[in-house]
Design a protein. Structure first.
Length: 268
């Protein structure tokens, strides 16, 4: 019964079911696949039995609806609506407050990995609405990875798809005007995204202020967080796009006070 929590809700919607090997041609470079002979024979037997019959109706199970307590793979609005209008998602609030208390001077914060199984276990607890005590895990990098994972699994990036091309253009702006341009882009975000982004960047700015201990400068943090804050609606990020995306994120962290000082939002 626990198997259904193995895949995220977002991933579950992307599963495609196929009847025969030939159906793979639409999705993969079929001729380049190394398919074992027994699999090919089994496929031929299946197709032989179906000759003269109508192809079977494939029932694709509907995507599993998210739990009311779901935190990963659902929108900011969904989380807010299920949490009495709280603007900052609980998983974000808890990881950030824990890292503020215990992680600011940890060397390599956000650069280190953590046990994949432990991360899945923590995600499952959050998705089921159960409490998480990070002291139980005795690994400061677990809340750090959970925070990154939460951002990466949002259906739409925190900086929104609409901002992607604007952000790519940051390298074309004169150096002296880049902070102003960042501010303009951030000001154009929807209210909820702006509040959550401001909360996150305020924390990352705090981490960068302790870089003498944690070695995580604004530039280092940008390399880690850039792709968790923005990605294109189609395809993957090209290597050339990484430069402006990381630069934009670095400017947000370095010039946090300037960029976020003029827009205050009720309930922030």
């Amino acid at each position: 019964n626990d198997f259904k929590f193995f895949f995220s809700h977002k991933f579950g919607k992307k599963v495609t079911y196929l009847n025969y090997l030939s159906d793979l041609r639409e999705h993969l470079k079929y001729d380049q696949l190394n398919i074992p002979q027994e699999v090919i024979r089994h496929d031929e037997n299946l197709r032989g039995k179906q000759k003269g019959k109508l192809p079977p109706v494939v029932k694709i199970p509907p995507p599993r609806p998210p739990l009311p307590t779901q935190q990963f793979g659902v929108s900011l609005k969904y989380i807010k609506d299920k949490n009495k209008g709280e603007l900052i998602p609980p998983v974000m609030k808890e990881t950030v407050s824990y890292l503020k208390r215990k992680g600011l001077q940890v060397e390599g914060l956000f650069r280190r990995s953590a046990s994949i199984q432990t991360i899945k276990d923590v995600q499952k607890l959050y998705n089921q609405g159960k409490s998480v005590n990070f002291d139980d895990y005795n690994d400061i990098h677990i809340p750090a990875v959970i925070l990154k994972t939460f951002l990466r699994e949002l259906p739409q990036p925190l900086l929104t798809f609409e901002c992607y091309d604007h952000i790519l253009g940051i390298t074309s702006v004169e150096s002296i005007l880049r902070v102003t341009r960042c501010k303009q882009i951030v000001q154009g975000l929807p209210e909820h995204n702006y509040i959550v982004l401001k909360y996150l960047i305020c924390f990352l700015h705090m981490v960068s202020q302790e870089s003498i201990y944690n070695r995580m400068t604004a530039s280092s943090l940008a390399c880690v967080f850039g792709l968790n804050l923005i990605w294109p609606s189609k395809g993957t990020v090209s290597l050339s796009a990484l430069v402006p995306l990381n630069l934009f994120t670095e400017l947000l962290i370095d010039f946090y006070t300037n960029i976020f000082n003029s827009r205050t939002v009720p309930g922030e």
